[in-house]
Design a protein around this ligand. Structure first.
Ligand code: ATP
Ligand code: MG
Length: 556
């Protein structure tokens, strides 16, 4: 029998609704991004939850663009959001836009006015705020609260017709100025904004507020479970009030804890600042916590879905260690990445007893983690090789199992070599290491009987290809940058280290975009989206081990 996984609180709600036949056994969720930026890893949590629930219970999910603010929204964002959701492995049932409901929403507002439940207020934003009172003191009505229904209908129609300037009038719900919940103290429903909308153009100059668009859109689509983050708990009574007074489909709102992650910020507004102020190259800069940044960095959809599965769904705010995300991509790439060799900081190794001009085509499996190795590639070997500078030490300590005078190592896929000499330039910098090789020690057919402790990687000098390699570190030095007064104060100035010329094995010139490669001993890498055959660029996705100390416990 398979072990039963315990349900999270939202799954419990859905199962209860299915048991009681609440929506006739139907599950319809929605993912409602505002197209004002690129999606980030926090959105991935919401996507996995909404689409995941629907999959689990034979339901579907709508993608709804919550486009009620014409000033900040753009079709560029719409396109990127669609691409990211599909890349994560999910498909929506319907692609919808809140702006498609503007006429219906307007009708709903008129209905509230007719019921005496909404009024046009001429007060300024400051006057409204002042009259609202405080959580401990009730608010007072503005002079416009008792306008007649007829007057309100005329004024609201005039607002729509463009008779007033931005801010001159608003439409407010007439609820309860003494409510302990500030959101119920006659909240704004509509504001005037003479601005071009990316879909409706100049058709509208009044736009519904979030609270008068969201629940109604859910209802129009007959969403069964409307899942949002905890900060919307105080909005829930208003969500229910609107649906109740309009007597429309009773969608229900449920709240879960948003994803917060260490060493990053997670709000589109802040991420946009990083782009605009050029702290990063773009929204898809590999240091960004955006889906597009993670993709360019080399994260796989499976690793992100797995991360969302591991963090689960909670009712209380928490902070997830970014090393859990790194653990998830390592776990995935360890199984799927093809092994290759690259040298990032080269010095030359000369095998003095290897025949001049001789080349051997050695064979290396692509992926030793799976049976059959997923094929193999040839790795040319010759007399002169590039090795990593730090794989040689002039005065090697006892436990240095690499090269130094008199020390032996195995060259990966090749022979055992022993260092007998080295050359320095006038500044005392080592420029060449001289070794002899043991001809009968070739990997796979070694009859030398020799044992060496270390294996190092290398690239044949005449066959080496060049590439630019980008190594990334955390974008912020502060564990919780968003808590600081200025989140940009803790930006890590060394978050990007560019190696202009690394040497890579020839087969990497054929690297596939989107494929993960393990450069052995150096980490997991992927081709950058701006890489060209004439100028290859690789991004390091993640190091092989957690260098930050807090190793996440393997539960495998
Ligand atoms: P941001 O502050 O980053 O702009 P947002 O909540 O304003 O986030 P929306 O586009 O309105 O962004 O969000 C779409 C959906 O994604 C919402 O249902 C929202 O609750 C959810 N979401 C946004 N950020 C997170 C997060 N950090 N963790 C989980 N869900 C999130
Ligand atoms: Mg938002």
């Amino acid at each position: 029998m398979s072990e039963e996984k315990s349900l999270n609180f939202i799954e419990e709600i859905v199962e209860e609704d299915l048991r009681t036949g609440k929506h006739g056994g139907r599950v319809l969720t929605r993912f409602p991004p505002e197209p004002n930026g690129y999606l980030h890893i926090g959105h991935a949590k919401s996507i996995c939850l909404n689409f995941g629930l629907a999959q689990q219970y034979n339901g579907t999910t709508n993608l709804r663009f919550d486009d009620t603010n014409p000033v900040t929204e753009d079709t560029e964002y719409v396109e990127s959001i669609k691409k990211d959701i599909q890349w994560l492995g999910f498909q929506w049932a319907e692609e919808l836009y809140t702006s498609d409901y503007f006429e219906t929403l307007y009708g709903y507002a008129v209905e509230l006015i007719k019921k005496g439940l909404a009024y046009v207020d001429d007060s300024t934003a400051e006057e409204i705020a002042a009259a609202k009172g405080t959580p401990t003191e009730p608010g007072v009505p503005t002079p416009y609260r008792d306008r007649t229904i007829e007057e309100n209908l005329t004024l609201f129609a005039d607002m729509r017709a463009g008779k007033y300037k931005d801010g001159e009038k608003v439409l407010r719900a007439k609820i309860d100025l003494a409510s302990p919940n500030m959101h119920m103290r006659d909240p704004l429903l509509y504001r005037i904004k003479h601005a071009h909308h990316h879909r409706t153009g100049n058709q509208w100059c009044i736009y519904p507020m979030y609270d008068f668009a969201h629940g109604q859109s859910d209802s129009i689509e007959k969403i069964t479970h409307s899942i949002c983050t905890l900060e919307f708990i105080p909005h829930r009574p208003l969500y229910d009030w609107c649906i109740d007074k309009l007597e429309i489909f009773p969608s229900k709102q449920y709240e879960f804890a948003r994803l917060n992650m260490t060493y990053t910020v997670m709000s589109k507004r802040k991420l946009l600042q990083l782009v605009n102020d050029k702290f990063v190259e773009s929204w898809d800069d590999p240091r960004m916590p955006t889906i597009s940044g993670l993709r360019r960095r080399g994260y796989t959809p499976a690793s992100i879905r797995n991360f969302c599965e591991k963090i689960g769904v909670q009712k209380r705010e928490n902070m997830i260690d970014v090393s859990l995300l790194e653990f998830c991509i390592r776990e995935d790439l360890n199984k799927t990445a093809w092994r290759r060799m690259a040298v990032l900081d080269p010095i030359k190794l000369v095998i003095t007893n290897y025949p001049e001009g001789q080349v051997e085509d050695l064979v290396g499996e692509n992926n030793p983690e799976v049976e059959g190795g997923e094929g193999s590639r040839t790795i040319p070997f010759s007399k002169e090789l590039w090795i990593e500078r730090d794989d040689f030490m002039e005065d090697a300590p006892k436990k240095f199992f690499r090269l130094g005078p008199g020390l032996s190592v195995r060259l990966k896929h090749a022979y055992i070599v022993t260092c007998h000499d080295f050359v320095k330039d006038e500044n005392g910098k080592v420029t060449e290491v001289h070794c002899t090789y043991v001809p009968n020690s070739k990997s796979g057919e070694d009859t030398s009987g020799l044992k060496v402790k270390g294996t190092i990687h290398w690239i044949s000098v005449p066959h080496a290809k060049e590439a630019e390699v980008r190594l990334y570190d955390r974008l912020f030095n502060d564990e919780n940058p968003a808590a600081a007064e200025d989140f940009k104060a803790s930006i890590n100035p060394e978050s990007l280290h560019i190696i202009e010329r690394a040497y890579i094995e020839p087969d990497l010139a054929n690297a596939n975009p989107g494929k993960g490669y393990q450069f052995i001993r150096l980490g997991y890498f992927t081709l950058d989206t701006h890489s060209t055959p004439a100028h290859l660029v690789f991004n390091r996705t993640v190091t092989l081990k957690d260098s930050w100390g807090k190793e996440v416990k393997k539960n495998a």
